[in-house]
Design a binder for this molecule. Structure first.
Ligand SMILES: [Zn+2]
Length: 297
């Protein structure tokens, strides 16, 4: 009897073991399926953020991809250095995977030296243009101090900012006397949505971008050269065919930017226009299918 009791005990514990094994196997499968569903759900909610930062009369765009990769294009003028650092803090940017200085004008690269001093940078792109300004020199010093090597910004470059966000550099397509036309122009694509960020590129560069055969179509256009008459030609605007446009200008700027002719052209094409001088920072969100725009004021 004692023997048979212990035999039952052994059989019982064996059965219990098998039961536990099968059960835990099942629960593993269930939790796997559950997390796959969750991942799909998160995927749908994943967003690309493009901030057109209010830096007064100047330009700066900050991009944060669905997986948290970051890209900063320009950083406003010299007097916006602290403001730029405040923005980095506000948007919790502790590293910049890519930095682009579109061209050496102070209203674009002025704040870039301090950003590079304070935030780790993966790669930096600038067009092959020299400048003898203090602003440009102090940027080069910051770049050197961080041991970074400037990559030449030019058309034909492309890279994945993350596995779903693609960057194409569409300009400069050649060498120009005017530094504005040397502006690095990038198109950022996430799913069905795209952004064309044009620096201060003028008519000559716009013409060459059209001639290059690049697909210029974009949902959101950064209006070239702060809405100056030098840029946003009718032909270029027709090719880009944006739904939304952002103009980076300071309130009451001495240049009279944006120009009425450019605003008329945008209106005629039915483009919805956002402006830093009137609305503060413009925050554009894309889930890869649709675009949502929020403004600071
Ligand atoms: Zn500018």
């Amino acid at each position: 009897m004692r023997t048979s009791k212990s035999t039952y005990a052994i059989i019982f514990s064996l059965l219990a073991g098998i039961f536990l094994f099968v059960f835990s196997g099942c629960s593993l499968e269930l939790s796997d399926a559950g997390s796959a569903d969750q991942a799909d759900g998160k995927q749908q909610g994943k967003q690309l953020k493009v901030y057109f930062l209010d830096v007064g009369q100047g330009a700066s765009q900050l991009l944060v991809t669905p997986s948290g990769k970051t890209m900063l294009i320009d950083a406003g003028n010299n007097d916006k250095e602290q403001k730029m650092l405040d923005y980095m803090k506000k948007y919790r940017i502790d590293k910049l995977d890519v930095v682009i200085g579109t061209h050496p004008d102070a209203d674009h690269i002025g704040g870039l030296d301090k950003v590079i001093d304070h935030i780790p940078v993966g790669a930096i792109y600038m067009p092959k243009v020299q400048s003898n300004t203090k602003t440009f020199e102090s940027l080069l010093i910051s770049i050197k101090n961080k041991g970074l090597k400037v990559k030449t910004a030019k058309s034909g470059l492309s890279w994945d900012l993350d596995d779903q966000v693609h960057v194409d550099m569409l300009a400069p397509t050649g060498t120009y006397e005017d530094t504005n036309n040397m502006s690095a122009v990038v198109k950022v694509t996430y799913g069905q949505n795209s952004f064309l960020l044009t620096g201060d590129a003028e008519a000559e560069s716009e013409k060459d971008m059209i001639a290059s055969g690049a697909n210029l179509q974009a949902d959101v256009l950064l209006v070239g050269h702060h809405g100056s008459n030098s840029s946003t030609t009718a032909k270029f605007l027709k090719q880009v065919h944006p739904k939304y446009a952002v103009i980076q200008v300071g309130e009451g700027n001495s240049y009279g930017h944006p120009k009425p002719k450019v605003l008329d052209r945008l209106q005629q094409q039915g483009v919805e226009v956002y402006r830093n001088d009137k609305q503060g920072t413009v925050e554009v969100t894309s889930d890869g299918r649709s675009i949502h725009i929020a403004t600071e004021r």
